[in-house]
Design a protein around this ligand. Structure first.
Ligand SMILES: Nc1ncnc2c1ncn2[C@@H]1O[C@H](COP(=O)(O)OP(=O)(O)OP(=O)(O)O)[C@@H](O)[C@H]1O
Ligand SMILES: [Mg+2]
Length: 390
């Protein structure tokens, strides 16, 4: 990276005394300086010479300082633009900052003030460039991590599981009960580890943008219907009533049906883990105002202590720590949150310990122009029920 003292500074000002004064003051501090009388020349120099900083006078004939700042911030984001302004134009200076200027320096200013501002802007630029390099590095590491996890961890796990299955098949009834039990426990543990790795990979893929498939207009009622169908068996097994009561004319949304079904199945799945026999899981949906539709999934189970609520969407977090009675990796809700983010939606929760939990899924409703008429997806009021009496 360029040493700060070698930095190239561009001054764009129509007043020759200001240009010359700035040039002298900055050259004295060891910087290289180029000057331009107006916007067209200034932008040409910016393009050809790529200065680190551009001081730009606000009031100039021809292209205004504000326009130059807009162009520089858009086309040359590595140049730090600073507005030179008169006392009377502080309001415009604020506008300039909104348009991308790093700061402003009011006229008249001393050589020292100019040098201090320059140093500060160079520090800012250095941090900005370093941040970009680090971000690129982080992205590269995340990509490598996905490859590492899938090749170095998942593949051997699959192979080990297959060997254990083969071992069982080969041995037939040859193992004594003790040995057979140990092998079965190994198999279950390996299967759990495999599921966890799969979930972690799914989460990484959502971040990478390769998990959620192209979004299309769809009916939430259908997503909910499929999820209820998928979870009906386990609810029946556990003696839990699962029902969905969906408002008539529920607005359609834009999304990826498969990943949304996974979200609902995860949340209903959690509810089944923490709700006891004769409990109830209820799904309701409301097309509220503010262009949103909200689905509520409530259960009558154990609930989540208030102080734990802020953490439950974090990876590997389990509210009851080691006391969790059910197996799980603590990745389910992280997965749900990422999918909801990818749909510009939100997931929230309210709960009181001992009084069940309610999860809210909020979806934006597309504008009419985004959904063709034939795609308009709304249905009759639907009442789905599965479970005890289902
Ligand atoms: N409906 C619920 N009732 C009570 N606690 C819940 C409920 N849903 C989630 N939790 C708590 O939040 C934690 C995080 O849930 P999450 O789905 O992320 O992980 P998990 O279910 O433990 O594991 P995984 O989903 O990866 O198999 C759970 O361990 C549990 O403590
Ligand atoms: Mg879960």
């Amino acid at each position: 990276m360029m040493e700060p003292q070698d930095a190239l500074i561009l001054i764009i000002d129509d007043e020759a005394p200001v240009r010359d004064g700035c040039k002298q003051a900055l050259e004295k501090a060891g910087y290289r300086v180029l000057t331009a009388e107006g916007g067209v020349e200034g932008i040409r120099i910016a393009r050809e010479e790529k200065p680190a900083i551009a001081f730009i006078d606000l009031k100039m004939p021809g292209i205004s300082g504000m326009e130059i700042i807009e162009i520089l911030s858009k086309d040359f984001p590595d140049i730090v633009p600073i507005m030179i302004t008169g006392y009377a134009t502080i309001v415009s200076a604020v506008e300039a900052i909104q348009k991308g200027a790093y700061d402003y320096i009011p006229k008249p200013f001393s050589a020292d003030q100019l040098r201090v501002m320059t140093r500060r802007a160079l520090d800012y630029r250095r941090l900005k460039l370093e941040t970009r390099i680090l971000r690129a590095e982080k992205e590269r590491m995340e990509k490598n991590f996905i490859t590492f996890v899938s090749h170095e961890m998942r593949s051997p796990l699959v192979v080990i599981r297959q060997y254990m299955e083969a071992l069982k098949a080969v041995a037939g009834d040859g193992f004594n009960q003790n040995a057979a039990e140990i092998i079965e426990r190994c198999r279950v543990r390996i299967q759990n580890l495999e599921t966890m790795v799969e979930r972690w990979l799914d989460i990484s893929r959502i971040g990478e943008g390769t998990f959620v498939r192209p979004k299309v207009p769809l009916a939430l009622s259908q997503v909910i219907e499929r999820s209820v169908e998928e979870m009906a068996y386990i609810c029946r097994e556990k003696g839990i009533i699962l029902d969905a009561d969906l408002e008539q004319d529920l607005p359609g949304i834009i999304g990826d049906e498969e990943s949304l079904v996974r979200v609902f199945v995860n949340i209903i799945g959690n509810a089944t883990k923490y709700t006891s026999k004769n409990g109830r899981i209820r799904i309701t949906a409301r097309g509220g105002g503010e262009g949103r539709v909200t689905v509520f999934i409530s259960d009558t189970g154990l609930g989540i202590p208030a102080e734990k609520l802020p953490f439950i969407f974090e990876p590997f977090y389990r509210a009851r720590g080691k006391e969790e009675r059910e197996r799980g990796s603590g990745l389910g809700l992280t997965f749900c949150k990422k999918i909801m983010d990818a749909h510009d939606g939100a997931i929230e929760v309210t709960s009181k310990e001992g009084q069940g939990a309610t999860f809210f899924l909020k979806f934006p409703v597309p504008l009419k122009s985004e959904v063709r008429n034939t795609d308009r997806v709304c249905g009759d009021r639907r009442h789905l029920r599965a479970g005890l009496r289902g």
